[in-house]
Design a protein around this ligand. Structure first.
Ligand SMILES: *Cc1c(COP(=O)(O)O)cnc(C)c1O
Length: 417
């Protein structure tokens, strides 16, 4: 596990997977509602990382990571929101990023080499990783992001920090950023010179902790007699993969739903059995604008590449920008609940899917204020108050290095650091 965390990507360019998934006893779930979010997460963490990290240290890492809550909030009769935006950068990626920073620091404690973390972002990953690692000794983070394709608020969250965080603005798309990061890991010369690791959801230390809040969602669900359906707004599919791990550990979830925007590669796969990656298209749910979701192979691997099994475990839904806007407006008008464009996809999928005697929880993956321009254009100006945490970021000065999408340019830069 230590190797998988510090390397990020395996030598053959493949992704690491845990060798086996340990199940909980059914009795664990009978009493789970008596445990706090942190206590539940510690039990889950022991199953993943217990062999590699001493128990007291692991507990400290989990409790420090989860210094904020992920509550389940009622939106309307049988639909609830799992609010994952109460962390420092107001998006679910804080959980994985904070955990990974602490774990990497623990593993790296004994060497004096700087670990260089490379991360490609379509918006929220960069801010969560940058803030999760800010000031951690022995680690330097390079955030690659597509020029003009992230919101001002998102950009401010990783370009204004300084210290051990460097932002690189790529003249290209998110997929270009991801390609550059992957190419760097495969480049022999770079790897001889530098210790490189990935903080994208391809890193196990980032995506596995995301299982924590599915257990918490189950524990906090108040409609216990009903079947639980969970909808996950998906881009790179790290979040959903973590949910499937939770499922395989025994968590009683009846059905998972993958909600996509117009980047519907997995949606098409579920319908046809063919996985055909293509260039991403820009949507108002921009953190899900992914044309070749990097965690999808983990799902294939988990279920032995069986289309039959995968389409029974995951139901797919897809929404256009118009549908996303319509949902945000309707839910705001009818329920007074402010969705962000990503959560709106999950909400809408539950409305379509839920049947008799079922209760749905969708992952509200970011605070709506992270997408103020989009959300206000739908529900009216001045209706999305800017949280204090975000306002603070906006005050900083933007510092970033501009680069083309050519690997050679990125490489020569890395050779000089
Ligand atoms: C990253 C992100 C997603 C997509 O999550 P994946 O794990 O990449 O599928 C959805 N919504 C928001 C707000 C995000 O930041």
């Amino acid at each position: 596990m230590k190797y998988a965390v510090t390397k990020g990507l395996a030598a053959d360019n493949g992704l690491f997977m845990p060798e086996c998934i340990e199940k909980f006893e059914p009795s664990f779930f009978e009493n789970i509602d008596k445990l706090s979010f942190q206590e539940i997460s510690f039990e889950v963490a022991k199953k993943f990382f217990g062999e590699d990290v001493e128990e007291s240290k692991l507990k400290e890492i989990v409790f420090e990571t989860l210094s904020f809550d992920c509550p389940v909030v009622k939106v309307q009769k049988n639909i609830y929101s799992l609010e994952l935006f109460h962390g420092p950068t107001l998006a679910f990626k804080d959980v994985g990023a904070r955990f990974m920073a602490r774990l990497l620091n623990y593993f790296n404690d004994k060497t004096d080499k700087t670990v260089n973390v490379l991360v490609a972002t379509s918006g929220d990953t960069g801010s969560a990783v940058a803030n999760g690692f800010l000031g951690v000794p022995g680690i330097h983070v390079y955030v690659l992001y597509p020029k003009g394709k992230v919101s001002n608020i998102q950009e401010s969250q990783f370009t204004t920090l300084g210290q051990n965080i460097t932002a690189i603005e790529i003249d290209g798309t998110f997929d270009d950023c991801q390609r550059l990061v992957k190419a760097a890991f495969l480049d022999k010369e770079l790897n001889e010179r530098l210790t490189l690791t990935s903080a994208n959801s391809i890193n196990v230390a980032r995506f596995l902790p995301q299982a924590f809040y599915y257990f918490n969602a189950y524990a906090r669900n108040v409609e216990k007699g009903k079947e639980l359906v969970v909808a996950v707004p998906s881009g790179n599919f790290g979040n959903l993969t973590a949910g499937l791990f939770a499922l395989e550990m025994g968590l009683p979830i009846k059905q998972f739903i993958a909600a996509n925007n117009n980047n519907d590669i997995v949606y098409s796969y579920l319908n046809t059995g063919k996985y055909e990656p293509r260039a991403s298209v820009q949507t108002i749910a921009n953190a899900m604008d992914v044309g070749d979701p990097s965690n999808f192979v983990r799902i294939l691997d988990l279920y032995d590449y069986s289309h039959e099994i995968i389409k029974s475990k995951i139901k797919g839904y897809r929404y256009s920008d118009e549908q996303i806007s319509e949902t945000m407006k309707r839910v705001y008008d009818e329920c007074g609940y402010l969705l962000d464009p990503h959560g709106a996809c999950g909400y809408e999928a539950l409305e379509e899917y839920l049947g008799e005697n079922q209760v749905g929880i969708f992952l509200e993956t970011a605070h709506p204020a992270k997408f103020t321009e989009t959300v206000e254009s739908v529900i009216g100006k001045g209706n999305v108050p800017l949280p204090e945490k975000l306002a603070e970021f906006m005050k900083g000065e933007k510092l970033s290095i501009a680069m083309s999408k050519e690997f050679e340019e990125f490489k020569s830069y890395l050779m000089t650091i």
